[in-house]
Design a protein around this ligand. Structure first.
Ligand code: FES
Ligand code: FES
Length: 241
């Protein structure tokens, strides 16, 4: 009897203790019905199933797959990057971001460090043609991929059509966001060769300009698309488009 005059259940079970099914015998070798499983019976069943599951996993997963991956670092290790078509091997700690590797070790300062947390787009570079925040990619992860920076869009000193359109449409003030915008716009136009200004606004939504030059940027990108379509001037300058 409980403190408040209520009878306590004698055991934890889905079936009331008074039910006849709780004590009903089960045929040898067959599991009892769910409604008749008591807490004690449940623990017995699951306790015997766990080792069986372990045997199953042991049989399916080859031992080498269970081995820990090789550890590199924390000191500098050789990291080979292909930047703007040129392979170079740098000695970098594995924690170094692609942005820091480019700026501090490869001497390419076009990509800018502003937020350093994947928010503003000032550090945008191309990885196999796709725009990425280089502050959010480890340099060691970028091995084996083609990296293109803003410098790579003007390999011979001649401006890429997107860069030229930015100048013409006065699409920058302090210019700190501009390299990231130009690189992101290049990747965007590769996939959307005939965008509207609204398309550009959405497509470049991952880049921020604190000076608020968005109107000029949108016009510049639409104009660059028109020029690229008209004469294919983007061919051979940092990739397609
Ligand atoms: S510096 Fe990389 S997103 Fe801002
Ligand atoms: S031009 Fe200054 S942040 Fe964009």
């Amino acid at each position: 009897m409980g403190r408040h005059g209520k009878e306590r259940p004698s055991s934890i079970s889905r079936t009331p203790a008074s039910s006849s099914t709780a004590d009903a015998p089960t045929p040898p070798g067959s599991a009892p019905p769910i409604s008749a499983i008591s807490r004690r019976a449940f623990l017995k069943v699951t306790g015997s199933a766990v080792p069986a599951a372990g045997v199953l996993i042991d049989g399916l997963v080859p031992p080498e797959a269970l081995a820990a991956p090789p550890v590199v670092g924390p000191g500098p290790v050789a990291v080979t990057l292909t930047v703007n078509g040129r392979r170079q091997t740098l000695q970098l700690e594995p924690r170094v971001t692609l942005l820091d590797a480019l700026r501090d070790f490869a001497g390419l300062t076009g990509a800018k460090k502003v937020c350093d947390r994947g928010t503003c787009g000032a550090c945008t570079v191309l990885l196999d043609g796709g725009a990425v925040y280089s502050c959010s990619v480890l340099a060691i992860e970028a091995q084996g991929h083609a990296i293109t920076t803003i410098e790579g869009l003007a390999p011979d000193g001649e401006l890429h059509p997107v860069s030229a359109a930015f100048v013409e449409h006065d699409a920058q003030q302090c210019g700190f966001c501009t390299p990231g915008f130009v690189v992101a716009a290049k990747a965007f136009l590769d996939r959307h060769p005939n965008p509207t200004e609204e398309d550009v606004m959405k497509g470049l939504g991952g880049n921020l300009c604190r000076c608020g030059t968005y109107v000029g940027i949108r016009r510049a990108v639409v104009d660059a698309a028109r020029r690229v379509r008209a004469d294919g001037a983007g061919e051979g300058k940092g990739g397609s488009a």
